[in-house]
Design a binder for this molecule. Structure first.
Ligand code: NPQ
Ligand code: MG
Length: 367
């Protein structure tokens, strides 16, 4: 597959409601899209970096810079496929989100050319996936209960509450009391605590949570292992896991008994699949995280979430969880599930007019 050119397209997607986590509030999703053009097909990749380096060290302008300056020039000449692209990127340290966007665009073009879907290529074991939803930090418990109630009415099968010091036991207790013991409930701290908070976090043991996600700093695997010994709630890692090696280390250390896989965070769908395989081999459940993706990123995540090791519902929510208008046909829940796209590649297309409306800049790089 010969790549003839690449478009870097920046879009601004207004969020239906502000999304607050322990590291900040977002009101607009600032997204970098990568479009790979070949004589046979086009492919899309979505960069999941945020405008500012608060969730991790990457940020959108940095991703665009490393793509232009290093990753696009390193693309294999002539025959490019996703595996060759992954190898070509390996000498460059870090920048997993930038790498993932370009590798995914190449994989999409490759699969569209071959007439194969992402799900088929990755090894999806089902044609729909159960969906969870991530609920931001709110100003009050009544507001939280209304929001959670609304999502349950929409059919979500699992609720994840964002927590931080000062917003943890009380919201979890309130949601558990209001919605009952059968609700699948978990929490995500986005690295907001330290090991000194172990006693406070152990209070969450009373609420039968599926897991606590990334309670401590992303580079604190040893302390996560120590914390896991002090909690009944299973510890799940998100930010700490950037590769299959990280996943193996976390499992061996006892730092995680569950892993959140986000393809963007780990450098793409090939690495995401490798992490899935390591976890399956160790009997460690995985689930597919989310980064407020548009329909383009969401399509591939839903395909990944259909692999057999994804035994917990993911943050693969419907488009309307975040956006009034998605850039593709909207992903809509049916009976708490999203259908795995079956068409070639991502199986979805951007709607040209909508995409143009949200575009803030484009850059064409001829190869
Ligand atoms: C997580 N995602 O699991 C993340 C973090 C996150 C769905 O909870 C803008 C863009 C705002 C990406 C806020 C969910 C975001 C973002 C939070 C990602 O840790
Ligand atoms: Mg998380």
């Amino acid at each position: 597959m010969k790549i003839t050119g690449i478009e870097l397209r920046r879009i601004a997607m207004p969020l239906r409601a502000p999304f607050r986590t322990s590291f900040g509030v977002e009101t607009t999703r600032d997204v970098l899209l990568v479009r790979v053009v070949t004589p046979e097909a086009e492919g899309w990749g979505e960069c999941v970096a945020m405008s500012e380096p608060r969730y991790c060290s990457e940020y959108v302008d940095g991703a665009a810079d490393v793509l232009r300056r290093f990753l696009i020039p390193a693309l294999p000449a002539g025959r490019a496929d996703a595996h060759a692209v992954k190898r070509a990127f390996a000498p460059f340290k870090g920048h997993k989100m930038a790498k993932a966007a370009l590798e995914t665009a190449v994989l999409d073009a490759q699969l569209r050319t071959a007439g194969e879907s992402f799900g088929g290529y990755l090894g999806a074991a089902r044609d729909r996936v159960p969906c969870g939803v991530s609920v931001g930090i709110m100003d009050s418990i009544p507001e939280l209960l209304d929001t959670v109630g609304g999502f349950l009415d929409e059919g979500y099968v699992r609720i994840k509450l964002k927590i931080e010091p000062g917003w943890d036991v009380a919201p979890v207790r309130a949601v558990r009391e209001r919605f009952g013991d059968d609700l699948l409930l978990q929490v995500d701290a986005n690295a907001a605590y330290t090991l000194a908070d172990a006693r406070q976090l152990a209070k969450l043991d009373a609420f039968d949570l599926l897991l606590i996600e990334q309670p401590l700093a992303d580079d604190d695997m040893v302390q996560h292992a120590a914390l896991a010994k002090l909690l009944k709630t299973p510890v799940c890692l998100d930010e700490s896991i950037e590769s299959a090696e990280d996943a193996a280390a976390a499992i061996t250390l006892g730092a995680a008994s569950i892993i959140n896989i986000k393809p963007g965070r780990v450098g793409g769908y090939l690495e995401a699949k490798a992490i899935h395989d390591v976890c399956v081999a160790h009997g460690v459940p995985v689930w597919c995280g989310g980064m407020l993706e548009t329909g383009l990123g969401r399509a591939a995540n839903v395909a990944l979430a259909a692999l057999p090791g994804f035994t917990l519902p993911g943050d693969t929510s419907g488009s309307r969880r975040y956006f009034a208008t998605d850039v593709t046909a909207p992903f809509e829940l049916a009976d708490g599930h999203l259908a795995v796209p079956a068409g070639p590649g991502l199986g979805v297309e951007p709607v040209a007019d909508i995409l143009d409306d949200v575009t803030t800049s484009t850059e064409w790089i001829e190869l």
